[in-house]
Design a protein around this ligand. Structure first.
Ligand SMILES: Nc1ncnc2c1ncn2[C@@H]1O[C@H](COP(=O)(O)OP(=O)(O)O)[C@@H](O)[C@H]1O
Ligand SMILES: Cc1ncc(COP(=O)(O)O)c(C=O)c1O
Ligand SMILES: [Mg+2]
Length: 290
């Protein structure tokens, strides 16, 4: 029987609604991965409501929890680490220590970093020190990096002029450590207004994918977290990077269709669960070169 992969997911938890682990854990489980959720913060709700209650996990808890798993002899079963929304830069450094510890136990373990940075216009509140940590330190350790356009711009230190410019900016990141860069959301001058575009860049090649842009009165949150989580889950289940990319785009689109149909602001993950596991739509990733 094929082994079920295990994935340590280190990101935010919200009591109400869906962001961070609260957006990614159930979908990753639903597609067939054993998830070990480690919550960097526990907030009442995501920060785009403008107010929230809750606390940031003390950074020293992260290595302590990883060590606890080592003590019971299970750390070697960890196939991958995912990190997302961080409450402080010290938490980020504690995660990198944890990743190094896990890779020492299982050299095949993968680390996916979703570099969640502040987006004040959108209401995504992240301390500046966290962005600095992601830009300077996390990128070097990550096997996979999953920025959105704004985060890609921060890594490059500029805005793109074209799609090919985005490609160049993503490719430049490969030289800084990651084996693959998934740009979850492209925005560049000349982009067609009715499409939602993504890029996958690896040493072997680059792929572009377009899916329909859906209209929402208020943009749902947690889409990026869902995207990163499903991509890593499918890679662990044996997909090629391109197949995982295509699956992720389809499954995320299914969730957005369900969310739109319900008129919800929060992602309709429970209602969309069968569509996540077996997307009915399919989007083809097309090779793209410089
Ligand atoms: N097909 C789509 N139609 C409309 N909006 C979408 C679609 N896919 C994603 N979005 C929205 O686009 C934004 C893009 O998010 P993105 O930049 O990829 O990542 P993150 O969620 O990490 O910010 C989010 O506000 C998301 O809700
Ligand atoms: C607590 C929390 N986690 C994660 C996120 C990231 O969500 P997204 O997937 O939209 O980037 C947010 C965004 O506001 C948030 O408030
Ligand atoms: Mg994000």
């Amino acid at each position: 029987m094929k082994r079920t992969p295990h994935l340590l997911a280190i990101q935010s938890h919200v009591v109400f609604g869906h962001a961070g682990n609260s957006a990614a854990v159930f979908p990753m489980q639903r597609v067939g991965v054993n998830v070990w959720p480690l919550n960097t913060v526990q907030f009442s709700n995501h920060t785009q409501y403008g107010q929230w209650a809750g606390e940031v996990l003390a950074p020293q808890q992260i290595p302590a929890l990883v060590e606890g798993i080592a003590v019971i002899g299970e750390l070697g079963n960890c196939d991958a680490v995912l990190s997302g929304y961080l409450g402080s830069a010290d938490q980020g450094r504690a995660i990198l220590t944890g990743v190094a510890r896990i890779k020492a136990t299982n050299p095949k373990a993968l680390y996916l970093c979703d570099p969640v940075m502040g987006h004040p216009e959108k209401g995504c509140i992240v301390p500046q020190e966290v962005s600095d940590f992601l830009l300077d330190e996390a990128v070097a350790m990550a096997d996979f990096l999953c920025p959105n356009q704004l985060e890609l711009d921060s890594f490059a230190g500029r805005k793109p002029q074209s799609l090919f410019d985005c490609l160049g900016m993503a490719k430049a990141l490969l030289a800084r450590g990651p084996k693959a860069v998934l740009v979850k959301h492209l925005d560049y001058p000349g982009k067609l207004p009715d499409g939602f575009e993504m890029l996958l860049v690896t040493a072997e090649g680059s792929w572009h994918l377009r899916r329909p842009l859906l209209a929402f009165p208020r943009q749902p949150v947690g889409v990026g977290d869902l995207t990163s989580g499903l991509f890593l889950a499918r890679v662990l289940l044996g997909d090629s990077l391109v197949a995982a990319f295509e699956f992720t785009a389809a499954a995320v689109h299914e969730v957005l269709l369900e969310t739109q149909a319900c008129g919800s602001y929060e992602l309709e993950l429970v209602r969309a669960q069968d569509r996540i596991a077996h997307p009915r739509v399919r989007f083809e990733a097309t090779p793209i070169g410089l």
